[in-house]
Design a protein around this ligand. Structure first.
Ligand code: SF4
Ligand code: SF4
Ligand code: SF4
Length: 251
């Protein structure tokens, strides 16, 4: 049986998720041995842009070129996997959505010129094409990408966490930074999978894995409001990685 043809692509991104794949040192050779790696610009120079059984795409759609590339990859791929929170939710690049661009360019670059041609709304992949699987994380977790590749090679969907960071945090018996220390922790509505990394080191969760599917945002916001946080604080915290998250009217 021929090996599945795989492509790994980056749109506008920091390349952290592609690096996370390269950092799977122990497993990388097994993965490469099991697939026919047709395109991975970061790792090889001989790349083919034909048909793919599975395409992994990192990054958000920031420019027209990104959108064109994404549509082209989608067309050529049987399965498209969004890797990293930028690809799944827009991530950090999308946190500029809703901010007046001319003002942003003036403040950051002291110009009103859009030299980077990125004046459009930044979007995650799912807003433009069909996405078959989302593996969020900033960057993605090594065990999850290995599980995803392994499952896809066997023709099944990987089982990824669907619960919130708080669940992992409680398993670890961490002190709750929200309840005990009044810190703005995004753990209750953020997708688990990182082992509650930040709260385990005494830092509140910043929501870098994006929200759970049906976040109970209203009760999280009520608790934070009681603790004196404003709507602006909530928007800033919760929309850093997932610009489209709904902030309830009453917050
Ligand atoms: S999700 Fe994080 S690691 Fe991945 S491209 Fe975006 S900023 Fe980089
Ligand atoms: S510290 Fe944060 S993640 Fe941990 S239980 Fe409290 S709210 Fe949840
Ligand atoms: S605790 Fe929150 S911010 Fe920290 S790695 Fe996990 S999801 Fe990201």
């Amino acid at each position: 049986m021929s090996k599945p043809r795989v492509g790994i692509f980056g749109l506008t991104s920091c390349a952290g998720d592609q690096l996370a794949i390269l950092n799977c040192e122990d497993e990388l050779l097994d993965i490469i041995g099991a697939v026919d790696l047709k395109s991975f610009v970061m790792a090889q120079s001989d790349n083919e842009e034909k048909e793919f059984d599975v395409a992994f795409v990192e990054g958000a759609v920031v420019t027209e070129e990104n959108e064109e590339k994404l549509r082209e990859v989608r067309e050529k791929s049987a399965i498209l996997v969004a890797i990293g929170t930028c690809a799944c939710w827009g991530g950090i690049p999308a946190s500029a959505n809703g901010i007046e661009r001319v003002e942003l360019y003036r403040q950051v670059y002291d110009t009103e010129e859009d030299y980077f041609k990125c004046g459009r709304t930044v979007l995650p992949l799912k807003e433009i094409v069909r996405v078959d699987l989302s593996v969020p994380g900033c960057p993605i977790e090594k065990d999850q990408i290995i599980a995803a590749v392994g499952s896809l090679l066997h023709g099944v969907s990987p089982v990824l966490p669907t619960y919130a960071v708080c669940t992992e945090c409680r398993f670890k018996e961490n002190r709750c930074l929200l309840v005990k220390d009044d810190l703005l922790c995004c753990g209750p509505i953020t997708l688990a999978g990182c082992g509650a990394r930040c709260p385990s080191h005494g830092l509140p969760c910043k929501g870098c894995r994006g929200p759970v599917e049906e976040p109970n945002a209203a009760s999280e916001f009520d608790i934070l409001k009681e603790k004196g946080y404003t709507r602006h604080d909530l928007e800033k915290a919760f929309r850093t990685f997932a610009y489209s998250i709904e902030i309830p009217e009453r917050a």
